[in-house]
Design a protein around this ligand. Structure first.
Ligand code: ADP
Length: 634
């Protein structure tokens, strides 16, 4: 990648995704340009956290807390704004990794899917997280001077870029460890060359980060005249937000702090801040974002809370404190019980971790439960994170009922694809005598909604939950009951609606079934072992036949899921159900010629398979049966 090297100076090209990210950032955030400051101060504060952490094992790295700070200074003439920290700093290699590439896999795919309009959509950047590159919203060139805390003064690095395609790197002498970010402001960025404006922004966004932020201000004499000298003025509270009492923290402060920990651009939906003493001694501050990160479904998506021990930052992405189905939760946990030298390995099988994880999980679930009383807000949440929540019942046995209560589905009650029906609401609407929760899984909402299996339910006014996400069939392996009511798939053989029939109907069905017995037998003997069984059904109205599967056999959607995942799915053995009251079936029943009868069977089975699977095994055989039958029709 390197093009020219002179005296260690080299010019490098940005990874193409960085160029796209810069583009997206500048387009979507120009009306919110001030957030660059929050992002750069956040990075500086993270760098201080990392230094403090390293100093636990290398005490020579720094001498006490008072030392760590962020300093802002500006030069009106040169039109530069500098954000300096004395944190961990970066080596040449980490500068290349951090300020020239985006390490997350899948980024390329993400960008390649964006349309021009999407690039202008400011919400998108929220999915991505903002960060260092936001400097280019206000600057047409950025210089970074940095020195890794473990390296000597002669191993400093100078990075410079105009945010277009390239950046340059040089080795420099830098007296102090840490990083200076120097923004060469564009015209639209000149408003930030103001003490007043910077102070306003720091108190808006960075009041509650753990280290002080200073601004270089002009010294004045007694009469208020500038003396030509400068001094450093501390402008934030510099007390970590979560260590403050809840009653003293405003909503705005919670929101600002969320943006600091998450690099998210949007406000969080809700949060929960708890200080716990007793068996475990810890503070947690947990946020539910309003937007899913773009890579939430990727296997290597980094999730988890920030871990602090006794207010010292230990690690990012401590995924041990949240189950995977709550991987969207952001925030932090500050434990007084874990040792300061805790590592990911130690966290893995640690009693404290387990008990914090269980407490945090419960806290998030109750936070969601509370939020669900505001339906509109909950829908925002569900649209973003519903798919992940559906992993819950499989992963978290002990909270299964609670999670089930938080799930939302489409149903025949609402006649809309929107997933906004809670199981509790379903149960409340259950008909007299109904003891099961009926559901149907299909490829799409349209397929579910128009499924022939629903006919009887519609005519009897029984609500059916319509599931059409790919994960649903798998979810239903783990979700067997809710509120003491069992789930029943309406495409399974065990479906029994006789409780909704009166005596007269039951008697009539019995008679019809008896009379229809020979047709069933003829069909069975024609099909042989192509089907598991043939039988009569009374659950249909305008459909002549459907196929169902045995209760304990793999269903159609599950088989498709396995096939799509490249796994060998066992062959689904269907049961063919005939509707004896349908005209076509009656016609078939009257057919004396066995060959012609066979064609009828082919057509009914073919149709039923098509409705169930969206495909049939042997379309040619089906078409030939249709054609032969049609040629006989006068
Ligand atoms: P994020 O902070 O979300 O990881 P950024 O683009 O803001 O993304 O920063 C990328 C990386 O660059 C950071 O993770 C950090 O390793 C490094 N970095 C940025 N700013 C600083 C800084 N002031 N000091 C040390 N490292 C920094």
């Amino acid at each position: 990648m390197s093009e020219t090297i002179t005296n260690n100076k080299e010019t490098r090209g940005f990874q193409s995704e960085v160029k796209q990210l810069l583009n997206l950032m500048i387009h979507s955030l120009y009306s919110n340009k001030e957030i660059f400051l929050r992002e750069l101060i956040s990075n500086a504060s993270d760098a201080a956290d990392k230094l403090r952490f390293q100093a636990l094992s290398q005490p020579e790295l720094y001498q006490g807390d008072a030392d760590l700070a962020v300093r802002l200074s500006f030069d009106k003439e040169a039109k530069t704004l500098t954000i300096s920290d004395n944190g961990i700093g970066m080596s040449r290699d980490s500068v290349i990794d951090n300020l020239g590439t985006i390490a997350k896999s899948g980024t390329k795919e993400f960008f390649s899917k964006l349309s021009d309009d999407q690039v202008k959509d400011s919400q998108l950047i929220g999915q991505f997280g903002v960060g260092f590159y936001s400097a280019f919203i206000v600057a047409d060139a950025v210089t970074v001077r940095t020195r890794d805390a473990n390296l000597s003064a002669d191993e400093g690095v100078l990075w410079h870029s105009q945010g277009e395609g390239e950046y340059t790197l040089e080795t420099i002498h830098k007296e102090n460890r840490g990083t200076d970010i120097i923004l060469h402001l564009r015209e639209e960025g000149e408003e930030f060359l103001s003490e007043w404006r910077l102070k306003e922004l720091v108190s808006k966004y960075s009041d509650h980060i753990g280290i002080p932020v200073y601004i270089q201000t002009a010294k004045t004499d007694e009469e208020g005249k500038e003396t030509g000298e400068t001094e450093w003025e501390k402008v934030n509270k510099a007390e970590a937000l979560w260590t403050q009492p809840k009653s003293e923290i405003s909503e705005e402060e919670y929101k600002a702090f969320y943006k600091h920990v998450s690099h998210d651009f949007a406000d969080p939906l809700v949060w929960s801040h708890n200080k716990v003493e007793g068996k475990n001694d810890y503070t947690s501050l947990l946020y539910i974002p309003s937007k899913a990160p773009w890579d939430m479904m990727n296997r290597d998506h980094k999730s988890g809370l920030k871990l602090y021990v006794q207010r010292v930052f230990i690690m990012d992405d401590a995924s041990q404190f949240m189950p995977s189905y709550l991987r969207f939760v952001r925030g932090l946990i500050d434990s007084n019980d874990l040792p300061l030298n805790v590592s990911r390995e130690i966290l893995q099988d640690n009693k404290v971790t387990q008990s914090l994880r269980s407490a945090c999980t419960k806290r998030v679930l109750s936070m969601l439960e509370r939020m669900s009383s505001d339906e509109e807000k909950y829908q925002t949440f569900w649209k973003e994170f519903g798919l992940v929540m559906k992993e819950g019942p499989a992963e978290d046995f002990s909270n299964r009922e609670k999670i089930a209560g938080l799930l939302r589905f489409a149903s025949t009650h609402t006649d809309s694809s929107e997933q906004n029906v809670a199981l509790k609401a379903y149960v409340e609407r259950m008909k007299e005598g109904q003891d099961k929760i009926y559901y149907l899984t299909a490829d799409s909402y349209a397929a579910a909604k128009n499924s022939p299996h629903l006919e009887q339910f519609k005519s009897k006014g029984i609500e059916v939950i319509l599931m059409y996400d790919r994960i649903d069939e798998w979810l239903m392996n783990y979700l067997t009951e809710f509120d003491g009511k069992q789930f029943q798939s309406i495409t399974k053989a065990g479906l029994d609606l006789s409780q909704f029939e009166n005596e007269a109907e039951k008697e009539k069905h019995k008679e019809t079934e008896e009379a229809f017995k020979t047709v069933v037998e003829r069909t069975q003997s024609y099909l042989g072992d192509r089907v598991k069984e043939v039988r009569t059904t009374f659950k249909l109205a305008s459909t002549p036949a459907v196929v169902v599967t045995d209760d304990y056999e793999i269903g159609t959607q599950m088989a498709k899921l396995l096939e799509a995942a490249g796994q060998a799915a066992p062959e689904v053995k269907y049961i063919l159900e005939l509707n004896p009251e349908h005209d076509l079936v009656k016609k078939m029943a009257d057919e004396p010629d066995e060959e012609q009868f066979g064609r009828w069977v082919e057509i009914l089975l073919g149709q039923a398979m098509l409705a169930e699977r969206g495909s049939m095994e042997d379309p040619a055989q089906f078409l030939s049966a249709v054609n032969r039958l049609l040629t006989k029709v006068q």
